[in-house]
Design a protein around this ligand. Structure first.
Ligand code: AMP
Ligand code: MG
Length: 416
C-alpha cells in the first residue's frame, strides 16, 4: 500500500504526451494547442478610427470653443473597408469606426461634439492631438507571439486563430480510453433484470462521461463476467487504446481477476496496487504497450470510489496525455459546515461536499451518507473535501481544502 501523493507521482511520471493532429477551427474548441501562434500582420493593420465623427488636422481645431468653433469643409469620407483618402488644411473627412485615418489627418472628433451645415462641419471643442485614433499595431505587431502552445482553446483563442488566418491548427491527439466493466452481477442499461442480486451499471457511463469531460475519447469495450475466458476475450479490444480503465474486480476476492489478466493478455507492468486513500483503496495502476506508453487503471467497483479515483488519478493522466499543462482540478479553501469527524487518520479521505459562494467566501457542506457505494451523494457534490493523513476532526466553520471537479456552483447552482 502506498501513499496517495506517491501514487499520483508514479502516474504522472509514467504518462507521456501524445502526438499531434490538425483540426479545422470548428472542431478546435476545448482542444490543446500544439503550436505557438504568431501574428501574420499588425493589428490594426493601419491607424483607424475608434469613433464615428470627423478626421481633422489638430492644427485646424486648436482653440475651438462653443463661441468660436472651428469650421472645416468636408471633402472626403472614410468608412470601414474603404479607400485611403486625404484631408487638406481647413478641411475634414467624415469618418466611421474602423475607417482608415486619412492622409494629413491626425485627430478624430466624435460626431457628438460637432454640427454639420452646408457641407461644413462646426467643431465646438479642442481635443488633444491623436484623439480617438486606434494606432497601427496597437493590439499586436506582425510576428508577435499571441497564444502559447499548451493552451486549452476557448472561444477567445479560436477568434484569434481565425483573425491570423489559420483555418486549421495543430492540437494534441486525444487519448482513446477503453472502458471495461466487470462483475457477474452487472447489467448494462436495457438488459432485463432476472435476479435480485443483479446490479445495473453506473460506472460504465459515469466513467464514459468523465473521460469526455477530461478531454479523452471514451470507448466502451464491453462487460465481462468474473471468469478468465470472458475477461481475456474482452481485454483484446483494449489493444487499440491509449488507456485502459477497468471497473470492479481489483479487490482481494477470489473473483477479482482483472489484475492478473491485464498482465497476461496485455503485458501490463503493475506499478502499484492499493493506495492509502478513502474511498478507492484497491486501485491498481500499470503501464503497457511497446514502449510502456499506455496506461492501465484498475478502478474499484464502488460507484463513488470509481468517480473519486477518476477525478484524482485518471483525469490528470488524460490531461497530460492531451498536452495540457494544468492537470489537476483546482483546489480552493472553504469553510466546512457542520464539521467532520473520523476514528482513524491513516488514509487521506475525500468527502463529497456541495459548495456555495457566500459573502464569507466558499462554504462546503458534506453529505450525511459518505459510503463509497452511495452514488446519490455525488449528484449534489461539486468537489471532494480533502481530509489529510493524521487529521481526525475538522470543526464546524474550520477551513477545508476542496478539490473542485464541477464549477457549476459559480452559476448559482448550489446543490439544487
Ligand atoms: P468490486 O470492486 O468488483 O468488488 O465491486 C465493489 C462493489 O461495486 C460491488 O458491490 C459491485 O456490485 C459494485 N459495482 C461494481 N461494478 C459496478 C458498476 N459498473 N456499476 C455499479 N456498481 C458496481
Ligand atoms: Mg466485482
Amino acid at each position: 500500500m502506498i501513499e496517495y501523493s506517491k501514487a499520483v507521482e508514479i502516474i504522472l511520471n509514467s504518462t507521456k504526451t501524445l502526438g499531434l493532429e490538425k483540426v479545422f477551427l470548428d472542431r478546435a474548441l476545448g482542444r490543446v494547442l500544439a503550436e505557438d501562434i504568431h501574428a501574420d500582420r499588425d493589428n490594426p493593420p493601419a491607424d483607424n478610427s475608434g469613433m464615428d465623427g470627423f478626421a481633422v488636422r489638430y492644427e485646424d481645431i486648436k482653440g475651438a470653443s462653443e463661441e468660436n468653433p472651428a469650421i472645416l469643409e468636408i471633402i472626403a469620407e472614410s468608412k470601414a473597408g474603404g479607400e485611403l483618402v486625404k484631408v487638406e488644411p481647413k478641411t475634414a473627412a467624415y469618418i466611421y469606426t474602423g475607417g482608415l485615418i486619412p492622409e494629413g489627418a491626425d485627430t478624430v472628433v466624435q460626431k457628438e461634439l460637432t454640427k454639420v451645415e452646408d457641407n461644413k462641419v462646426f467643431i465646438f471643442q479642442e481635443l488633444p492631438k491623436g484623439s480617438n485614433i486606434r494606432p497601427q499595431g496597437g493590439d499586436y505587431r506582425k510576428g508577435d507571439l499571441l497564444i502559447k502552445k499548451g493552451k486549452k482553446l476557448r472561444p477567445a483563442e479560436i477568434g484569434i486563430l481565425s483573425s491570423v488566418n489559420k483555418p486549421t491548427v495543430y492540437v494534441y491527439q486525444k487519448p482513446r480510453v477503453a472502458i471495461l466493466t466487470t462483475g457477474d452481477e452487472i447489467l448494462d442499461v436495457g438488459e432485463p433484470v432476472e435476479k435480485l442480486s443483479q446490479i445495473r451499471t453506473s460506472n460504465t457511463y459515469s466513467l464514459y462521461s468523465q473521460v469526455l469531460e477530461a478531454g479523452g475519447e471514451p470507448v466502451v469495450i464491453g462487460f465481462a463476467k468474473d471468469n478468465p475466458e470472458d475477461i481475456q476475450k474482452k481485454l483484446e479490444y483494449a489493444k487499440s487504446c491509449d488507456i485502459l480503465l477497468t471497473t470492479g474486480g481489483v479487490s482481494v476476492g477470489e473473483y477479482d481477476l482483472v489484475k492478473d489478466f491485464v498482465v497476461k493478455v496485455l503485458g501490463v507492468e503493475i506499478l502499484f496496487w492499493k493506495v492509502k486513500q478513502k474511498p478507492g483503496k484497491p486501485v491498481a495502476f500499470g503501464v503497457w504497450g511497446r514502449e510502456k506508453e499506455k496506461l492501465f487503471f484498475g478502478i474499484p467497483g464502488n460507484p463513488v470510489a470509481a468517480m473519486v479515483v477518476f477525478e484524482n488519478m485518471v483525469k490528470p493522466a488524460i490531461r497530460k496525455m492531451s498536452g495540457e499543462e494544468k492537470v489537476f482540478n483546482p483546489v480552493i479553501n472553504a469553510k466546512l459546515k457542520g464539521g467532520y469527524k473520523r476514528k482513524k487518520g491513516e488514509r487521506v479521505e475525500f468527502i463529497r461536499v456541495s459548495l456555495s459562494l457566500t459573502d464569507d467566501g466558499f462554504v462546503a457542506q458534506p453529505f450525511g451518507k459518505q459510503g463509497s457505494n452511495i452514488l446519490t451523494g455525488m449528484v449534489y457534490a461539486h468537489g471532494f473535501g480533502i481530509v489529510d493523513v493524521g487529521v481526525t476532526e475538522i470543526k464546524d466553520g474550520e477551513t477545508i481544502k476542496v478539490s473542485v471537479f464541477d464549477k457549476s456552483f459559480m452559476d448559482g447552482r448550489y446543490g439544487d
